[in-house]
Design a protein around this ligand. Structure first.
Ligand code: IVH
Length: 677
């Protein structure tokens, strides 16, 4: 088939455009055309290639996916070995490293270093011949790796064809393939929903994705590649500094790490390490340290290599975020809302920069998911400020004595029944404040900074006060005497006086703080504030029904139920009363009269409605400040009579008493006039 010359041109222009826009999107993170336009160009090229299959070339953006699955990966011998790095674990290791280099260079001058994150993924070497990607290989043992060309081609941040013209005819680009944290989370969510195996961490997920013989699977995995060095370079030159060489790779189409910097000496390297350590958890990808490289290529050459690592580079590792240890036992803690949480007691292990001896196991489902037993060797993870987690079990190390974890049917503290509401994963002790554990937690919450803010009343002291039998409830706090408190462990007359003064001071509070401090399930600070603002005083809130509660900002049916359920229970009302009796007070909030044009009026609703729901109409009237009553009296301002109620008792009573009546359209008009509809 003859191919018209203008068609050849068009295909090559489309490929060039698509490669360029791919680079803008995946490498520069700065797309210049909308996705739909990209899709249109892509489709155009696909159509042409379908019509003229002889035009399909390997560097075409349409060819990233679609190669036939392999039966095995072939072996690749690296022309330039892929090296590993020496490690540093302390600032002094870094200073020793710098001194070694200076000694070798016989100079005391500062050395300039390139600093870049050590990405936690899989090392890769990409070979470009005349700008075309011809091979992608894993590191393997450093000399021979696996040919995973088909898989790397599916990764959008890897150019199939280099941009520009001035690249060396043979160029090997090296870097790391990794899975960003967000993509990892999404992948595992999908796996969980489909009941598939989930990955332990982004590195395992990246490795598993690259090991696929069917590249269509790899194509669906959110992988990225970041360039950090070169291997073979033939027939052309690179800049003479590492940082400049990477900038050059970036221009040819590669992603490079945006945290890369050149610094003037070893102390600045240590500072970089500390700064990035702080940022570590906020980065979009996992890193396990910082790599420092002598920036000048000539100096690198002078310094050379020792066995399989360059002398001119070092990896300063962060404390590991995952370690193995033994699960010694599981205890069950009871929280403020009665939630029974299994806590792993671990053989203490240094992880994420601290010694960890406890980790949460969350709930029964998590124990089942992990398949963990007491006695197992487990992998514990502690990242940033997040509480330590058990992430997996090392099955191969399970001892014969390992025993099942038995989730209790009764509360480990008070012995009451533990129940799991259908649809929830959390098991709860049903005893409420009768349970000593819940009581302690409730008092801790009550005293906390965002609640009643009782200075000096920390968790430990609350525990002590309860354990010593000095308090049993929140209100008991306000009856404490300094003489009782000063006898407690680590207290004295001074701190006891201070505590009594702080308790006294906390009595003057605000309605929202008070509501928050009650610890009603799902009522956080914001909801407490909305409730205070909406109702203005406690009585209105206590008597509000669930319908009315739902009128409040961020209160949905579930929260409304928790609130109403809280105030229905006599022991809660008693606790509130006891607190008020102890002297806790606040200023009621003036609810703006303009918002309540019907305040002081009482409505009665009867009959059936066509447009409005009776419950909705009631809530709207109450919102406007009206009271909605169940029976008609001389005090009634208006009776709203729905369809079919002209001979019902309320209508007749209204007639007798001369109380005004209206129908559904009349009510709609009234609500509309006040902006409620
Ligand atoms: S440079 C000759 N730079 O760390 C220098 N390596 O043991 C060779 N790695 O598996 C490596 N981030 O894949 C270098 N910015 C970075 C890196 C990095 C991660 C990995 C690399 C290798 C290991 C070195």
């Amino acid at each position: 088939m003859i191919i018209p010359a203008n068609l050849l041109k068009e295909v090559s222009k489309l490929k060039e455009q698509l490669n360029y826009h791919n680079y803008r999107y995946y490498v520069l993170d700065d797309p210049s055309i909308p996705d739909a336009e990209y899709d249109r160009l892509f489709l155009c090229l696909k159509e042409l290639e379908k019509e003229y299959p002889q035009l399909v070339e390997l560097d075409s953006p349409t060819q990233r996916v679609g190669a036939a699955p392999l039966s095995a990966f072939s072996q690749v011998t690296h022309k330039v070995p892929m090296l590993s790095l020496d490690n540093a674990f302390s600032d002094n290791d870094m200073r020793d490293f710098n001194r070694r280099l200076q000694d070798r260079l016989k100079s005391t001058e500062d050395i300039e270093y390139a600093c870049e994150p050590k990405l936690d993924g899989i090392a890769i070497s990409l070979l470009y011949i005349d700008g075309q990607l011809v091979q992608g290989a894993t590191r393997g043992d450093g000399t021979t790796g696996e040919n995973i060309t088909q898989n790397v081609r599916t990764i959008p941040s890897i150019p199939l064809k280099l941009l520009g013209q001035d690249f060396p005819p043979a160029l090997e680009v090296r870097g790391e393939i990794y899975m960003p944290k967000a993509g990892f989370g999404a992948l595992n969510n999908r796996a969980r929903a489909a009941g598939d195996k989930i990955f332990v961490n982004p590195r395992n997920a990246a490795a598993g994705s690259l090991r696929q013989l069917d590249s269509a699977i790899t194509a669906n995995r959110p992988l990225e590649m970041c360039a950090y060095s070169v291997g073979l370079v033939e027939g052309g030159d690179l800049p003479t500094q590492h940082t400049a060489a990477l900038e050059q790779l970036h221009e040819w189409g590669f992603l490079i790490n945006s945290e890369m910097r050149a610094v003037g000496n070893i102390e600045a390297c240590i500072e970089y390490y500390q700064n990035l350590g702080v940022k570590r958890d906020d980065l979009a990808y996992d890193i396990d340290g910082i790599v420092f490289k002598v920036n000048d290529f000539n100096l690198q050459k002078t310094l050379g290599f020792v066995s399989r690592a360059p002398r001119w580079a070092i990896a300063y590792k962060f404390p590991a975020q995952e370690e193995m240890t033994q699960l010694l036992d599981v205890e069950f803690q009871v929280g403020r809302t009665g939630a029974v949480t299994p806590v792993a007691r671990l053989d203490p292990v240094f992880v994420g920069g601290v010694t960890v001896s406890n980790a949460t196991l969350h709930n029964r489902d998590e124990i089942d998911r992990l398949g963990v037993k007491v006695g197992d060797t487990v992998v514990v993870r502690r990242a940033g400020d997040v509480i330590p987690q058990v992430v997996s079990v090392v099955r191969s190390r399970r001892p014969e004595t390992a025993r099942d974890i038995v989730f209790p049917d009764t509360c480990p503290v008070c012995g009451s029944h533990v129940e799991t509401v259908p649809g929830e994963v959390v098991a709860r002790c049903t005893a409420g404040l009768v349970c000593a554990a819940q009581r302690k937690e409730a008092i801790k919450h009550f005293a906390s900074r965002k609640a009643m803010d009782i200075d000096g009343l920390g968790d430990k002291l609350v525990e002590l006060l309860v354990d010593e039998g000095l308090i049993d409830s929140m209100a008991d706090l306000y009856h404490l005497q300094a003489q009782q408190v000063e006898k407690l462990e680590r207290m004295g007359p001074r701190s006891a006086e201070n505590l009594i003064a702080a308790l006294h001071k906390s009595k003057q509070t605000t309605l929202d703080r008070f509501l928050y401090s009650l610890g009603i399930r799902e009522v956080g600070e914001a909801t407490a504030r909305s409730l205070a603002r909406y109702f203005g005083n406690l009585e209105k809130l206590i008597t509000a029904d669930e319908e009315t509660l739902q009128q409040v900002d961020d209160v949905g049916p579930v929260v409304a139920h928790f609130i109403s359920d809280f105030f229905i229970q006599p022991h809660n009302i008693e606790a509130v009363q006891a607190l008020q009796d102890a002297g806790i007070q606040w200023q009621d909030i003036e609810v703006n009269e303009a918002d309540e044009p019907l305040s002081g009026q009482t409505f009665v609703i009867t009959g059936s409605f066509k447009v409005l729901k009776r419950s909705g109409a009631k809530a709207m009237l109450e919102n406007l400040g009206a009271k909605v009553a169940g029976s008609v009296s001389v005090k009634t301002s208006m009776v709203v009579v729905g369809g079919g109620a002209t001979n019902n008792s309320k209508y007749i009573k209204a007639q007798e008493l001369g109380v005004a009546t209206t129908d559904e359209p009349g009510l709609i008009e009234l609500l509309t006039a006040h902006g409620a509809l």
